[in-house]
Write a protein that binds this ligand. Structure first.
Ligand code: CP
Length: 324
């Protein structure tokens, strides 16, 4: 049985994504029934960048699965500076049951996974934030009943990891994904091509545009993210000018579907990429979205352990039942 990792949004097939989201809803309803990490087994959670939601949701989720989280903050281990990623993987997989890593380069995650005999999970890289999208899709299911055929408009910095993940995970879930940003801040062609290929399998669709109105027209879900990602602080003034017309505010929401829901992965900057009126208003589901990081990641961890042949028979039975 091959070890299953979750490094990009497309590491789950459409059917597997459906299983994980269904399991997340099952586990949200009965949070302590499935204990794949009972022992307790340890899960390593590395951060090369700061975090609130990812850190707490993984730590709480691992504990709820019967395990013990070992959170390693920037600079606290030899990883990446005194020791190769491959050697770290070879040591860790003898001690821990999962490796979760927030880092910069996607290549580091790929190397970790290549040498690890336990599942590796991307907790955000420069290219993708796939765990966030599991939470977002679970939230869309809760709000709209399904993701299939639903429309999502993402506005803002469309060249960042969140835009890539909205595009890939959205079409993987059968959504009509519209991405709007300035001409030089749109997803790379390789991401758009991968999204179009996956959309052809799921019935989803892709629109890439610099016209926010085109993306927003009748959209049932409106999403955005910070215009200044970690490491871009010195570009702040230029970015505030550049992205101004892509702000999610009342005027933008008036172009979306009546009752459209608003997503933001947080942290949010009120009055910058999103108005306070929208973020704190009745169409915002961002607090449910944040909570769903916990439920979605618990389901992901349980599912990966089962699919990798690393869970006991009772966990496997409960997980398979919970995916239906
Ligand atoms: N959305 C998100 O990943 O939040 P943190 O950076 O706080 O983990």
């Amino acid at each position: 049985m091959r070890i299953r990792h979750f490094l990009t949004d497309l590491d789950l097939s459409p059917a597997e994504l459906d299983q994980v989201l269904t399991l997340a809803a099952t586990m949200k309803a009965d949070p302590y029934a499935i204990k794949p990490l009972a022992g307790p087994q340890t899960a390593a959670v590395f951060f090369d960048k700061t975090s609130t939601r990812t850190r707490f949701s993984f730590a709480a989720g691992i504990s709820a699965l019967g395990g013990s989280p070992l959170v390693v903050n920037p600079g606290e281990s030899q990883l990446g500076h005194k020791e190769t990623i491959a050697d770290t993987a070879r040591v860790l997989d003898r001690m821990v049951s999962l490796i979760i890593w927030r880092t910069y380069a996607q290549s580091g995650l790929k190397e970790m996974a290549a040498y690890s005999s336990v599942p590796v999970i991307n907790a955000l890289s420069d290219d993708y934030h796939p765990c966030q999208l599991l939470a977002d899709l679970l939230t869309v299911r809760e709000q709209l009943g399904t993701t299939q055929g639903r429309s999502l408009a993402y506005l803002g910095d469309a060249a960042n990891n969140m835009a890539n993940s909205y595009l890939l995970a959205g079409v993987n879930a059968g959504m009509d994904v519209r991405i709007a940003g300035p001409q030089d801040y749109l997803p790379e062609p390789r991401i758009v091509e991968a999204a179009r290929a996956r959309a052809a399998q799921t019935g989803g669709s892709v629109l890439i545009t610099s016209d926010p109105a085109e993306a927003l027209r009748g959209a049932e879900v409106v999403a955005t993210d910070t215009w200044i990602s970690m490491g871009q602080e010195q570009e702040k003034e230029a970015r505030l000018q550049l992205f101004g017309e892509y702000r999610v505010d009342a005027a933008a929401m008036a172009q979306a579907a009546p009752g459209a829901v608003v997503l933001h992965c947080l942290p949010a900057y009120r009055g910058v990429e999103i108005s306070a009126e929208v973020l704190d208003g009745p169409q915002s589901v961002v607090w449910d979205e944040a909570e769903n990081r916990l439920h979605a990641q618990k389901a992901l961890m349980a599912w990966l352990l089962v699919e990798s042949g690393l869970a006991d028979a009772e966990t496997e039975r409960l997980v398979r039942a919970g995916t239906r």
